[in-house]
Ligand binder design. Structure first.
Ligand code: AVI
Length: 320
């Protein structure tokens, strides 16, 4: 059955700023179409990501948690207590909170683009830990990280778990880490989670799970663009791909058109041929040595590395 939309169907209103429309249109109209991974995270996208973290195939979350649990005392010894703990992309603040009893920060500064969600988590956390001064910030980490004067200057410890650094290309990751280095001052540090290169089958399954949760997470980006750009993506006409590209040392996520189709949005339109893809995310994987090199290029010195028994994930403590 052929399903065609009459050309006159009006598009929905765009909910994005003109700058966002220009930015997304540039990617969608590029010869090889792409979108920034930040469009994976609307309200439903964040919930789907939480569900991914609970999947048996998605090893990073539980592996990192097991490293924190097993080496918590050593991590606190290395990173020190009484610091200003700045949690980047804090979400529900659960990872940092699990370290509070050991790290005993003097001040906790969670940062997340999803500010309302952050505030809800933070008010619950403040009740559990009334002795810690807490300041939540709603900032987009892809821009400048402007910390207000209320954030203490001394002994800043940046916390960046979950291998979120992997969603930046290496040169962007270096630029991001340099910005942290500048904010850390000379007595600051960084506690960062990094996903390590492993066998192809494990990586492929982690990004293309049996239940199809990662597929839903990826496809939800089209729903998000429909809302944001007034686009008319037919979600059923696209298919998820997630696989390890060993040459580039990254997992790639793409959406592939199941049929020839015209997609329109406020700001442009494009004909996608069957099999054509939109590249939606990269998740870079490192060796311990390659990531230590990256830290050095950003002006950090790696002091300690903790891993799990299979060497699937690393937690690194670096100093300015
Ligand atoms: C948030 N980030 C570290 C996840 C990752 O593994 O790159 C996002 C994700 N994409 C697909 N599954 C999970």
């Amino acid at each position: 059955v052929q399903h065609t939309q009459p050309a006159s169907t009006p598009l929905n209103r765009a909910n994005a700023t003109p700058a966002t429309i220009v930015e997304v249109s540039r990617g969608l109209m590029a010869p090889s179409a792409w979108t920034s991974p930040k469009y994976l995270y609307d309200a439903l996208g964040s919930k789907l990501f939480e569900a991914i973290c609970a999947l048996p195939e998605y090893y990073p979350t539980r592996t990192e948690a097991s490293i924190f649990e097993r080496h918590g005392a050593d991590i606190a010894l290395a990173a020190g207590t009484g610091s200003t703990l700045i949690d980047l992309g804090a979400g529900n603040c659960a990872k940092a909170a699990s370290l509070f009893p050991r790290l005993q920060p003097a001040q906790y500064v969670p940062i997340d683009i999803s500010y309302e969600f952050l505030c809800e988590s933070l008010s619950r956390l403040q009740q559990r830990f009334p002795q810690i001064e807490m300041t939540g910030l709603g900032l987009d980490l892809s821009g400048e990280i402007a910390l207000p004067a209320s954030v203490r200057q001394s002994r800043r410890l940046f916390f960046y778990p979950g291998s979120s650094i992997g969603n930046f290309a290496p040169e962007e990751a270096i630029a991001f880490l340099r910005r942290l280095r500048a904010q850390a001052g000379d007595d600051g540090g960084l506690l960062i989670g990094v996903d390590l290169i492993k066998d192809q089958a494990t990586l492929d399954a982690a990004y293309d799970d049996a239940l199809g949760v990662t597929a839903a997470f990826n496809l939800n980006l089209l729903r998000h663009l429909n809302h944001l750009l007034g686009a008319d993506f037919d979600v059923r006409a696209w298919r998820h791909h997630g696989f390890f590209n060993a040459v580039e040392s990254r997992v790639e996520m793409h959406l592939e058109a199941r049929s020839d189709q015209l997609v329109r949005w406020q700001g442009g339109q494009r004909r996608f041929a069957q099999g054509e893809r939109i590249h939606t995310e990269d998740s870079y994987k490192y060796t311990r040595a390659s990531f230590v090199g990256l830290l050095e290029q950003a002006g950090f010195a790696a002091r300690d590395i903790w891993t799990d028994e299979q060497q699937w994930f690393a937690v690194i403590h670096a100093r300015a």
